[in-house]
Design a protein around this ligand. Structure first.
Ligand code: ADP
Length: 482
């Protein structure tokens, strides 16, 4: 093991083995973390339950809780270089991408810290004169109460950010959490426990538990003392979580897969549109659930856009996490690279044309070339499955209706993009696309204030914005007879 990372403070937890952690840029093992077993899950949930019931966090005055969360944001800002370095070493993302991830994660925390004390119940005049009871009239109000002990299960892409997307609103609401990072990328999530402790969150409110999904994740999801699961990951695992949560009817927030379309009309600003389509496809090497990997292009500009995207893909510098010029990093693992190659091979066998890329890189690290494909058919895995790699398909269309129908021909509904200079057309197509987040003349924009709520099989509920905070509360209605 080289460049070993200290995880000593986690190895005392009960566990049945260790999980090796790799740097995807070099294939070297950089750490090992506990494979938490049922006893470890029980212990973490019990700690979270005790602190929740004690009220040590949820009953703190709002100003004190906000203060603690803002302090955590200060600590993260002060440690951002170290966190970014760790994130890029563990995930393979570029140094620039990792800096950005830590920054936007902190903005998420600051956003939710600002909500503490500003979201509450309401009182309204009675509507009915037929209320049952021994009283003539009532004073009524609602109050919002933290949902309880929440299990947070996150994937390997953007690990620190996705963790914060859940931890920040959960803590702002007053919940206690057990966070299970992906087995591939546990290292920055482990830092969250110590950061929140240092900021003043009482011990036991934030618990980070490393382990595999089928064991540790499944045990957390099925645990009778967990009130809610917030999950980001594949639609397939989302279905398993729905089943496992049925035991005690846990509340669920699910942010699942996507196969997002981009529609480029012939009146688009082509320079910007090609660049936007390239970034929408290749940012994070395509390992982004909102990546726009089905690129529908109006026939008159088709050849020009294919050439432009090929040039864009070939121009992007590829490199490991320690290469400051790198824009395209490796995939997360050999398993993922094999899966990507398999989907491309299936398409090629069916007649698809690889215009550029289409091969693993001949170098250390799990690199796969930026790949542009044409001549697909709608039934191909290339068009139907979330790839999570730098692979995009360009498909020609003739008119708006055809583009909308093709874009919506998917079981997913996470995101979508439209490139046009025609304002009326932009609004018409926004109205027709079935997705939780639509970009017009932009790529991958995201803001803490804007919720993302997957449509169709892309999820249940939403994250970010006020909606993302409400998901961590139960509503209680109170009637006081006067
Ligand atoms: P990805 O394809 O992005 O890795 P997954 O859905 O496979 O997404 O994994 C996302 C997270 O879900 C990871 O933390 C993983 O360990 C966890 N996970 C996988 N299987 C299960 C399961 N059966 N129950 C709970 N969590 C799981």
């Amino acid at each position: 093991m080289s460049n070993a990372i200290d995880v000593e403070d986690t190895v005392d937890a009960p566990h049945s083995g260790m999980i090796p952690v790799f740097n995807p840029s070099t294939e070297e093992q950089i750490a090992e973390v506990p494979d938490s077993d049922q006893a470890a899950v029980d212990a973490a949930v019990a700690r979270a339950r005790d602190t929740f019931e004690s009220g040590a966090w949820r009953k703190l005055p709002a100003a004190r809780r906000a203060e603690v969360l803002f302090r955590a944001a200060d600590i993260i800002r002060a440690r951002s270089d170290e966190l970014a370095e760790l994130e890029s070493r563990n995930n393979g993302m570029t140094a620039m991408g990792a800096q950005q991830i830590i920054k936007v994660a902190n903005e998420m925390l600051i956003y939710y810290a600002g909500w503490v004390g500003k979201i509450h119940g309401e009182s309204a005049p009675l509507v009915s004169d037929g209320l049952l009871g021994h009283y003539e009239t009532f004073h009524t109000y609602t109050q919002l109460e933290p949902v309880g002990v929440v299990g947070l299960i996150i994937p390997w892409n953007g690990p620190f950010f996705v963790a914060m997307l859940k931890v920040a609103p959960a803590l702002a609401a007053g919940c206690s959490v057990v966070l299970k990072p992906a087995e591939e990328t546990p290292l920055t999530a482990l830092k969250l426990e110590e950061i929140f402790r240092e900021a003043g969150v009482p011990d036991g409110v934030v618990n980070v538990l490393t382990g595999y999904g089928e064991t540790t994740g499944a045990a957390l999801t099925a645990h009778p003392d967990v009130d809610k699961i917030a999950f980001t990951g594949s639609t397939e695992v989302g279905r398993l979580i729905v089943k496992a949560a049925a035991g005690n009817l846990k509340r669920l927030t699910l942010e699942l897969g996507g196969k997002s379309p981009l529609i480029m009309f012939d009146d688009a600003n082509l320079d910007k549109a090609i660049m936007g389509a390239g970034m929408g496809l290749l940012a994070g090497s395509g390992q982004n659930c909102s990546c726009t990997s089905r690129i529908y292009v109006q026939r008159g500009i088709y050849d020009q856009v294919v050439d432009g995207l090929v040039a864009f893909a070939q121009m992007l510098p590829m490199g490991g996490n320690d290469d400051p010029n790198s824009v395209l990093g490796p995939l997360i693992s050999e398993k993922q690279r094999t899966r990507v190659a398999g989907i491309v091979a299936d398409g090629v066998a069916g007649g698809a044309q690889v215009v550029t890329g289409g091969q693993p890189m001949d170098r250390r690290g799990y690199f796969y070339e930026a790949t542009i494909i044409t001549d697909t058919t709608p039934d191909m895995r290339l068009i139907r499955e979330e790839i999570f790699g730098p692979v995009g398909c360009i498909i020609p269309f003739d008119d708006e209706d055809e583009a909308i129908a093709a874009a919506n021909d998917t079981e997913y509904g996470l995101a979508g993009a439209i490139w046009t200079e025609n304002l009326s057309r932009a609004h018409r197509v926004v109205n027709e696309l079935r997705g939780g987040q639509i970009w017009v003349n932009s790529a991958l924009a995201a803001d803490p204030s804007m919720p993302i709520c997957g449509h169709k099989q892309s999820g249940w509920g939403g994250e970010r914005g006020k909606k993302g905070l409400e998901a961590y509360f139960n509503v209680k209605s109170v009637y006081i007879g006067l």
